[in-house]
Ligand binder design. Structure first.
Ligand SMILES: Cc1ncc(COP(=O)(O)O)c(C=O)c1O
Length: 469
């Protein structure tokens, strides 16, 4: 007689070691989560900062006198030294020796630089995935106003991944010109990591490529020697929580001349004349860094990157993967007594193709959807921070909720302005979902808190509509 397989997965020695490492890290660096009894599951919204990051930055500020850069005085020189050391650190962290790194306010500001400076014209195509953040979608306004076209490539409904045939055909058939392909390395909604092979493929067909890495880099290594988009956008608070207000744009050195800055500002020029109304733009990163940099906070970016290095991105990737696997498998076990599912997660289940976020909808005992607002209110009451709505990524929400072009176009022409609540009423369809995202400080008990919340929906009936307070 063959023995039945043991249904309980026994943690390996390595898994136990990792568990204990991350538990100690949480205790040392993120203790306020436990002292305040908060369950934080919104890491894709913003990462949490470690105690040591803040203390190191505080010491740096208290031990130095920092003046406005762009001058030779000693306090200015000190700021410049710290800013440039941070820039060097960023370049080495991402292996971005072939790139110019521009400090911006956030990823959106980085994306705006590309939008306003890219040489779109009447024959341009801006190719986007229907899984882009609005800060990438917004670039279509620059392209369309210059007479170009924006072409959205839909994702596969079943797994929310790129449809290879469709994308390849669209790239192959686009007439040559100043064409830009923009896509996220990781979806900020589904957590799907899109294949980075499309960077080189699109480039080989004459496209410039903008990789929005804002949701990818917090839990995955981006090595810019191995994959070389023309432009890459990031926000640092998403990687290590502190400071907010600093992001960046990597511009491939060989693509720098392609961007034409549409104006100039303090710090971006080597010379300006008022009488002649002429100016020379600065070369390199200065050209795109408008005005005074956030010089008090930029050194904290170096501290943040060193902190991540001290843990190891590979380790974070694996940790996040195992947390998401645990969450997905536990959620799958939850059913109403009549056998109906309580929760449906969207996107591929292959763990290697996922990052730290996962999106889902909840169903009542009759199979009706719980409004995401109801779930959020329940979570709020239990001090659980999750995020709900459309996450600034309307394309993926339209796929998940089967909203057609025809329906949504009618809504737009029917009104001068509107919002999601009004639209759902008009369409008679559900919009939005619930996103849970995990990170460096997440532990099993955070996930168990959320799983218990979902389990409490068992055999319940959804209310018709709920207003968020
Ligand atoms: C994939 C992606 N791109 C861009 C952004 C915009 O980032 P920020 O709000 O920091 O400008 C976000 C923010 O959530 C994101 O997840």
């Amino acid at each position: 007689m063959t023995e039945a397989p043991n249904p309980i997965a026994i943690p390996t020695e390595l898994e136990e070691k990792e568990e204990s490492f991350f538990n100690t890290l949480r205790h040392l660096e993120y203790a306020s989560l436990d002292t305040q009894k908060q369950t934080y599951l919104d890491y894709t919204g913003g990462n949490l900062y470690a105690r040591s990051q803040v203390l190191k930055h505080q010491t740096l500020l208290l031990d130095n006198i920092l003046g406005n850069p762009h001058s030779t005085n000693p306090t200015s020189r000190k700021s410049t030294e710290l800013v440039e050391a941070t820039r060097d650190k960023i370049i080495s962290f991402f292996h971005a020796e072939d790139y110019i790194f521009v400090f911006t306010q956030n990823a959106s500001a980085a994306l705006k630089i590309v939008g306003e400076s890219y040489p779109f014209n009447g024959t341009s195509t801006l190719m986007l995935l229907s899984d882009n953040h609005n800060s990438v979608n917004g670039i279509r306004e620059y392209c369309n106003r210059k007479g170009g076209v924006t072409n959205y490539i839909p994702l596969q409904y079943e797994d929310l991944r790129i449809n290879d045939d469709l994308l390849q055909k669209a790239i192959d058939e686009t007439p040559k010109g100043n064409n830009l392909f923009g896509y996220p390395a990781q979806s900020n909604v589904s957590g799907i990591k899109h294949n980075l092979k499309w960077v080189a493929y699109a480039q080989s067909k004459g496209f410039d490529v903008l990789l929005d890495a804002a949701a990818f880099v917090p839990t995955s290594e981006l090595d810019l020697r191995k994959v070389q988009p023309d432009f890459v956008s990031i926000s640092f608070y998403k990687i290590f929580g502190y400071p907010t207000g600093i992001g960046g744009l990597f511009i491939k050195k060989s693509s720098f001349a392609k961007l034409t800055k549409p104006w100039f500002a303090g710090g971006t020029v080597t010379m300006v004349s008022v009488v002649a109304q002429n100016q020379f733009l600065a070369g390199g990163h200065e050209r795109f860094e408008d005005g005074t940099l956030n010089y008090n906070n930029i050194p904290a970016v170096k501290i943040g990157l060193e902190y991540i290095e001290s843990i190891g991105m590979d380790r974070i990737t694996k940790r996040v993967r195992s947390l998401i696997q645990y969450l997905s498998s536990e959620l799958k076990k939850l059913n109403h007594d009549n056998g109906r599912i309580i929760v449906k997660t969207f996107g591929t289940e292959k763990p290697e193709n996922r990052g730290g976020n996962i999106v889902m909808n909840f169903f009542d005992v009759d199979g009706n959807t719980f409004p995401f607002e109801e779930i959020e209110m329940m979570a709020n009451a239990k001090q659980i921070s999750i995020r709900s709505g459309c996450f600034c990524n309307p394309g993926i929400d339209e796929i998940n909720n089967c909203i057609t072009n025809d329906e949504i176009s009618k809504y737009f022409v029917s009104r001068d302005n509107g919002n999601y609540t009004d639209m759902t009423k008009y369409l008679g369809k559900m919009r939005g979902a619930t996103r849970v995202s995990v990170g460096i400080a997440t532990n099993k008990s955070d996930l168990d808190n959320f799983i218990a919340l979902v389990a409490s929906l068992k055999n319940k009936t959804a209310s018709k509509s709920v207003a968020l307070s």
